[in-house]
Write a protein that binds this ligand. Sequence first.
Ligand code: ATP
Length: 299
Amino acid sequence: MENAVLEWRNVVKKRDRMTLGPVDLKLYENYVTALIGRNGSGKSTLMKLAAQLIRPDSGEMAWFGETHSGELPVEVRSRIAYVPENFIAEEDGLKMDEVAEFRASWYPEWDWQRYEELLHRFDVPGGKKLNKLSKGQRRKFEISVALATRPKLLLLDEPSSGLDPFAWKTMMNEIRRCVDEDGATVLMSTHIVEEVRRMADYLILVEKGLSLGMLEKDSLLDRGREIWIARDDELLEEMPAVVESAIESEGMVRFVTLDYAGAAALLEEAGTKPIRVRALELDEMMEHWMNGGISVDTL
Ligand SMILES: Nc1ncnc2c1ncn2[C@@H]1O[C@H](COP(=O)(O)OP(=O)(O)OP(=O)(O)O)[C@@H](O)[C@H]1O
């Protein structure tokens, strides 16, 4: 694979009740990576570290191939856009265009035309103060501002929170455009399976402060199958990574494997032709991963 836009080695951040890490992570250029995991697992903490809103206690972090232990240089920062889960209260009293002008002064690639176009596409009323916007309108504004910076690294913390279904679709299209046209790399935390399905190339699972690895979405989907075969207890016994099995009817057994390649090889070797095979859905695979059914080589 190509250049890493973000690379971490042994990054640790201690919180009051939880420690994030040590986390190793590598984001490749021009891909969308979804950060998934249960509430409180550490996704937002990880995003804040990536945006350098907070600093790690230890470990090494590189942005665009260069490590920075101190403050990120303006030149690096101006290539990163971050949409937090909760908005910055200090900006509440400012008008939308005042915030946009402030961002424009920091981001040399700032694109006014794109900003106006995005606000129009998201149907956000112009000229308002940020605290006069609804939650969804504020989210649309923040996404528009982030995309108008034409970022090379786009960090989105639960970006769909509060968006109506139309705005949600627009958001996904615009993020995709940012990746395809501007060559952006995206890291987004999400609980929405459909978002992962439509947007993500890779998934990173965070569990109790640890990264349980990174997987290509398609490779995750390749692993899971529900298979029906003529009952053969011995064969079933040997089947790899079986997480569920049941006798369906007289003479037929159904099982779920998280190692389809291994299972298929074994079936072939035994000369057993499956009666039916069903690919597991993304939500099922994500659940198996979260429940520890899938082991992934850490980076
Ligand atoms: N500013 C903070 N100070 C101390 N502890 C914090 C702080 N922010 C978060 N934590 C703790 O760190 C842990 C991880 O929180 P984080 O917000 O990163 O999780 P998350 O995966 O984003 O959760 P969610 O899916 O609910 O948004 C939690 O136990 C939380 O209580």
